[in-house]
Design a protein around this ligand. Structure first.
Ligand code: ADP
Ligand code: TRP
Length: 342
């Protein structure tokens, strides 16, 4: 690591190569990565978590398709490449060695008790692989391997981040101070809801790659507005001027994620009173989304013809930085834990 990087706080995050990125990924992750990478107090480490991908997606063709697209999405999001390493997780296999070392410090109850483990085991009961269980330890190794200070993630990853902090504290306590305790930092963690109606208990599901409820960053403007128009709203608001119930409407939930506080207030009042029809409300949401991702879309389109070159160069440079950091960490950790090189 060069001297300049050594003096900065490390910001690290990853996205799995499970599908096309969507608005939730953009607002919860990508846009924050870009913002933090432009802050000279930080150095960004952003990767595609292809090892993690294998816990739920085991189609080589799809992983190989998604990974370069996500790298290009990182670049198009405006991440400052002069102050960031972008890499593929599996190009730094040292992370798996660190995973083993940290797994020996992780109480198994912390893993079986993770909400995401329970949920995924329910979703794929015929394939509860061991990778799914140790998923958070691999994530802790991603974070601690580069001694990350900050980890911008959506709210769904909060428990994983807390586990990484726990493992870091445990290591420091048992073997001597080494790891900084990672923190989410970027203000409030958000969850962008999907284009789907609430469950029987009134809960909205998050926009998620595998949930078929996404607005993809790669959707054309027509695809985007068609998805929004097709989204169900309050079933009791049949005619345009019927009073609506914003709290049960997925369109209103999305407004809350993307529209200004002032407009949200106005939309809520106008929906409740029956002044605002669903078509108009959806058109406004569509405009807000388009405006928010307009720059991303334009840049992404401009980069597409040069994809192979940009992805190759970016990943090669990123791998070299990340591998250097992991080597340094492993040297210290191996020694502190009693492993010697003969
Ligand atoms: P997905 O849940 O769609 O499979 P990932 O798990 O790969 O996406 O998430 C990548 C990043 O995007 C993580 O930081 C995650 O917290 C964030 N993220 C994913 N979905 C959302 C969402 N709906 N709202 C906010 N952040 C999200
Ligand atoms: N588990 C994260 C997700 O599903 C992806 C991820 C893997 C990650 N390793 C990480 C995020 C390290 C932050 C830091 O979204």
């Amino acid at each position: 690591m060069n001297q300049e990087v050594a003096e900065k706080q490390i910001v690290l995050s990853g996205i799995r190569a499970t599908g096309q990125l969507h608005l939730g990924n953009y607002l919860g992750a990508l846009s924050r990565f870009a913002e933090m990478s432009r802050n000279p107090a930080y150095f960004g480490m952003f990767f595609v978590a292809d090892y993690h991908t294998l816990t739920t997606l085991q189609e080589a063709r799809l992983i190989k398709y998604h990974l370069p697209n996500i790298v290009l999405d990182y670049v198009a999001a405006g991440i400052d490449l002069s102050n960031t390493a972008i890499y593929a997780q599996s190009s730094v296999p040292q992370v798996t060695e660190l995973t083993w070392l940290l797994s020996c410090l992780t109480p198994v109850g912390e893993l079986t008790g993770q909400a995401s483990f329970k949920q995924k085991s329910k979703q794929q009961p015929d394939l509860i692989n061991a990778g799914l269980l140790i998923y958070p330890v691999l994530m802790a190794a991603d974070i601690l391997g580069v001694c990350a200070n900050f980890v911008p993630v959506g709210k769904d990853q909060q428990a994983h981040l807390e586990l990484a902090a726990l493992v870091a504290r445990k290591f420091n306590h048992q073997f001597g101070e080494y790891f900084p305790i990672p923190d989410a930092l970027t203000g409030e963690m958000i969850t962008v809801p999907g284009l789907s109606v609430p469950d029987t208990e009134g809960r909205f599901s998050k926009m998620g790659k595998s949930d078929k409820n996404t607005i993809n960053l790669s959707d054309t403007p027509d695809e985007q507005s068609a998805k929004i128009r097709a989204c169900p709203t309050d079933p009791q608001k049949v005619r345009k001027n019927d009073p609506g119930r914003p709290e049960v409407c997925p369109i209103f939930q999305l407004h809350k994620a993307i529209t200004s506080a002032e407009d949200i207030q106005e939309i809520q009042t106008a929906c409740l009173s029956g002044q605002l029809g669903c078509l108009e409300c959806k058109a406004r949401l569509n405009d807000h989304i388009s405006t928010t991702i307009a720059n991303f879309r334009a840049r992404r389109q401009g980069l597409e013809p040069y994809k192979a070159q940009i992805v190759g160069d970016t990943l090669a440079a990123g791998k070299s930085v990340a591998a250097g950091m992991f080597r340094t960490t492993l040297e210290v950790v191996r020694d502190k834990m009693g492993l010697v090189r003969y």
